[in-house]
Design a protein around this ligand. Structure first.
Ligand code: VG1
Ligand code: CO
Length: 544
């Protein structure tokens, strides 16, 4: 027993991506790999001594082992207390909630989100700062710099801590507090939504719902909140038992990977409402009977209906969306007379806007929606927001969506992903495209004239930090857009994402399938970037 100082050498690849450090499990299992990264995180925390740290993960393979290592390293670093979810479980939004509620100096969330899990799957480590949000770029850059300079790490030697039992346990000088992973989070949601009203429409059978937890972290949260607290019938939560390999599935809530749920909502006698979340509980997919709500539309609809929900009744300070997210929310903001901010992809860019009180709701096209209640996107929060709206309006989801389009116009939207392409090819495609940009401005391509062609650069209005190269944009004179960027969360080769958007004001033209409505833009996107010849792919891997 006692603190051991272990000699180590740096790994050169510990640069966090869009959302933490993600690597295949065998990479994390290399001797010292996890320890180095954790030491790099701890070394960037100013004065950790005497502070509280929050710790938990999505329960995927290697979660349990990693938690024990991190607890022992925290004890060596001098933290006073670690609040750890029972059995090592905490969803990403729940971790954000706990950090904020108890004034922790930060938190570590073990997850690779929607990436598949298991011995050959992915593992990940995310670090959140004291506001409960993902570490901003200046912190992730500092962690990376530190990782390149490490010569040793410190760890307390002791037997593993039992994380099955709630309560406080000493680990050296430090207290390990095993907490209920759901309780604080549920209490927060109860302050925002009208639980009684939602429970009433569920009890009377006016609202029949299903929730697919995809064998990932939201199972226990959804069972507690939807079934036990709101009284939805047992079985409402499907695939509710978190498994270390997520049952072999891909817990990414979209039309491709949440196929079973989609079939129920588009099948015989569909329920009124269906939703799914991802590996770590921060994403949401919203479905109605025979209806899929695109995440960009969902953000806009939540904003337009916020006055129906107790936590947002007093109005919204502003809205923020990531750049590739459709401009549907901008239209609602304009009508409400509030600001709409456009940030790079990744939740870390919303933190400053939320902390400064400039925005209340945030969203991304990648099935992420959230608010100032925490500093992460939040899957079950979005589900409850929708349930609250449905309980008040008592209108089918499909009608609410159509009604929204009639009022604001429809932003036809789709994302085409080309997954696992060779890194060199992907970088060639992006650099060739970038070289073309100046010559594209003013050109007419089919029915579209290019107004702006650039690589998106963001200047944070709060701390004035600048983030460059955040995605190539072709913006046409009628407001239609094509955006290209490379994913920062994948672990196999490169993933090219192509985002397509076109605005349709006329109600008589708002009923088309998005792929049909966007067909000419899709063709244009392929032609301009030579996607087929440069990637060797004749179609995307995933269309959402
Ligand atoms: C993707 C999404 C992005 C999201 C990020 C993390 O990033 O596009 O919108 O914030 O995943 O989501 P990328 O770089 O692969 O496009 V999650 O649910 O990891 O926690
Ligand atoms: Co996630």
């Amino acid at each position: 027993m006692g603190i051991q100082v272990i000699a180590t050498t740096p790994f050169k690849d510990q640069k966090p991506g869009t959302s933490g450090l993600r690597k295949p499990v065998p990479v994390f299992q290399q001797p010292h790999y996890l320890e180095n990264f954790i030491q790099a995180i701890f070394d960037t925390i100013e004065a950790p001594q005497g502070q509280t740290l929050v710790l938990g993960g999505d329960g995927r393979y290697f979660n349990a082992e990693a938690i024990q290592v991190i607890l022992k390293m925290a004890a060596a670093k001098g933290f006073a207390r670690v609040k750890v979810g029972q059995n090592g479980i905490l969803s990403t939004p729940a971790a954000s909630c706990v950090i904020r509620k108890y004034g922790a100096v930060g938190g570590i969330i073990l997850s690779a989100s929607h990436n598949p899990a298991g011995p050959q799957g992915d593992f990940g480590v995310k670090f959140n700062i004291a506001n409960g949000g993902p570490a901003p770029e200046k912190v992730t850059n500092a962690i990376y710099e530190r990782s390149l300079a490490l010569t040793h790490y410190s760890i307390y030697t002791a037997p593993d801590v039992n994380l099955h039992t709630l309560g406080e346990f000493p680990l050296g000088e430090m207290i390990v507090e095993v907490i209920d992973p759901v309780a604080d989070y549920q209490a927060l949601l109860e302050t925002l939504f009208d639980f009684d009203r939602i429970a009433e429409v569920i009890r009377t059978g006016k609202l029949r719902l299903v929730f697919d937890a995809m064998h990932a972290v939201t199972g226990p949260y959804a069972q507690q909140i939807l079934e036990k607290c709101l009284g939805a019938p047992p079985g409402t939560v499907q695939n509710g038992v978190p498994l270390p390999d997520f049952g072999g599935g891909h817990p990414d809530p979209n039309l491709v990977y949440a196929h079973d749920l989609v079939q129920q909502l588009f099948g015989e006698q569909p329920p009124d409402f269906g939703a799914a979340s991802d590996g770590d509980g921060d994403r949401n997919m919203i479905l109605g009977a025979n209806c899929f709500v695109t995440p960009s539309d969902s953000l806009a609809i939540l904003a337009a209906n916020a006055q129906l929900v107790p936590g947002y009744r007093d109005g919204l300070a502003g809205i923020a969306r990531s750049m590739p997210t459709s401009q549907a929310a901008d239209r609602v903001a304009a009508k409400l007379g509030i600001d709409c901010y456009e940030t790079p992809t990744g939740w870390k860019f919303f933190g400053n806007l939320l902390d400064a009180g400039k925005v209340t709701l945030c969203g991304e096209e990648s099935f992420g929606t959230g608010s100032n209640h925490v500093r992460e996107k939040d899957g079950l929060w979005a589900v409850l927001f929708w349930l609250n709206i449905l309980a008040v309006r008592q209108t089918p989801v499909a009608e609410i969506v159509k009604d929204h389009w009639r009022t604001y116009g429809r932003n036809y939207y789709s994302r085409h992903d080309y997954e696992g392409i060779e890194g060199d090819r992907a970088h060639t495609l992006m650099s060739q495209l970038e070289q073309k940009l100046p010559s594209l401005v003013g050109q007419t391509l089919g029915a579209y004239t290019v107004a702006t062609a650039d690589n998106f650069s963001y200047s944070d209005p709060v701390d004035h930090s600048v983030s460059q190269n955040q995605g190539i944009r072709l913006i046409f004179e009628d407001g239609s857009r094509i955006v290209y960027r490379l994913s920062g969360t994948g672990t196999q080769g490169a993933t090219l994402r192509v985002y397509l958007e076109r605005f349709e004001p006329h109600p008589s033209q708002q009923h088309l399938d998005a792929q049909v409505a966007l067909a000419d833009l899709i063709q244009l996107a392929n032609d301009v970037a030579n996607i087929q010849s440069l990637t060797g792919r004749d179609r995307p891997t995933v269309i959402t």
